[in-house]
Write a protein that binds this ligand. Structure first.
Ligand code: FES
Ligand SMILES: [Fe+2]
Length: 368
């Protein structure tokens, strides 16, 4: 039995203490996806985001509103009230709020006091996504929303789905940045045995972390080989770039072609998947996914087949991270350590960044 020596465990714990984990406070000054656009209509939709209860609804004019889901009177959830026109009427004593979050009617008073209201959060609708800013309202700059314009481009065929992850969002970002797990977690879906050992390069900037992995030659799994016309081809290339773009977005872009075909004559197909984690609680995450491809655009059968196969694989990640969360919950602090290996470099850098951001925000809050 080979257990790590005490000094190795101490070093591992020291390293972990510099990285974000499930106990790290959320980073509020960021854009996160609150919901898919078509989730929100003329009904009151409650959603917990970054540990806060938020109410989402759409006005008659089509604007999406995000309010604190807590009546200013006696804390009744506004989402349990009713939507009347563009106003929300609390289900307890009937206080009425407009779309700005201002209370405009208190039924038991002839005149509504001006000073009652609930917080309204900045929210921007971009294609299929609703981006919300839960932090300092003055810093909510829509220019900071990551570019996902391919979601609505006619040059891409996209599909989307929501998964609920009973695990922390940091684990999901780590999972997405270290694709060596493809050969194991996804052995039956889109992994291939040589993937974990394939050469890779990294770019580790402050707030942006990428891993580029080239697997050449390889045999593509059917999910891409079939629509690309590369079924059975043993000289295929699979080049994946996995990029942490913000605490609320991770993008994986993968290109495929037949490496036996000379450059310039190759047909290159690309898929691009937006993995969109939004913390719900310390131990749960809203996981929105938009997947696109720039080939076989009119092939609706391919869209459905790829969607089904890919989301089967994404559920494998959710299953794995759910298991990890359970183990973390059950592990006593004195027994806990995790040892990183060189391929963890990008995720270690990313987790250090998340911790720095969370610490800086916590300090700013304390000072204000
Ligand atoms: S709790 Fe909402 S009106 Fe009283
Ligand atoms: Fe995965």
């Amino acid at each position: 039995m080979t257990l790590p020596k005490a000094e190795v465990v101490r070093a591992a714990r020291r390293a972990s203490s510099g990285m974000a984990d499930r106990d790290t406070p959320f980073i509020f000054d960021e854009w996160y996806v609150a919901a898919f656009s078509d989730d929100v209509g003329r009904a009151l939709l409650p959603r917990k985001l970054l540990g806060k209860n938020v109410l989402l609804y759409r006005t008659a004019g089509g604007e999406v509103v995000a309010l604190d889901d807590r009546c200013a009177h006696r804390s009744y959830p506004l989402s349990d009230g009713t939507l009347e026109g563009d106003t929300v009427v609390c289900g307890y004593h009937g206080f009425r709020y407009d779309a700005k979050g201002d209370c405009i009617e208190v039924p038991a008073m002839a005149k509504c006091p001006r000073s009652i209201g609930v917080k309204r959060y900045a929210l921007v609708e971009r294609g299929p996504l609703l981006w919300v800013w839960m932090g300092n309202a003055e810093a909510a700059d829509p220019a900071l929303i990551p570019d996902t314009s391919y979601h609505t481009s006619p040059e891409w065929a996209c599909s989307k789905e929501y998964l609920h992850l009973p695990g922390n969002y940091v684990s999901l970002h780590e999972n997405l940045l270290d694709l060596t797990h493809l050969s194991y977690i996804h052995a039956k879906s889109f992994g291939s045995p040589e993937y974990a050992r394939a050469p890779y390069t990294t770019e580790l900037g402050y707030g942006r972390f990428t891993v580029r992995r080239e697997v050449i030659p390889t045999v593509l799994p059917p999910v891409w080989a079939d629509p690309m016309g590369l079924t059975g081809v043993t000289t295929a290339a699979r080049i994946a770039v996995s990029a942490f773009e913000s605490p609320g977005l991770h993008r994986v872009t993968t290109s495929f072609y037949d490496s036996a075909v000379p450059e310039g004559e190759r047909v290159v197909g690309t898929i691009c998947t937006s993995h969109i984690p939004t913390p719900e609680t310390r131990t749960s995450t809203h996981y929105h996914i938009v997947h696109g491809r720039n080939f076989a655009l009119d092939d609706t059968v391919a869209t459905q087949v790829m969607h089904d196969r890919l989301f089967t694989a994404f559920r494998e990640d959710v299953d794995a991270l759910t298991k990890v969360e359970v183990v973390l919950e059950e592990t006593a602090p004195e027994d806990f350590y995790e040892i990183s290996v060189p391929t963890d470099g990008p995720s270690v850098a990313m987790r250090r960044y998340l911790l720095q951001r969370a610490d800086a925000e916590a300090q700013a809050r304390a000072e204000s």
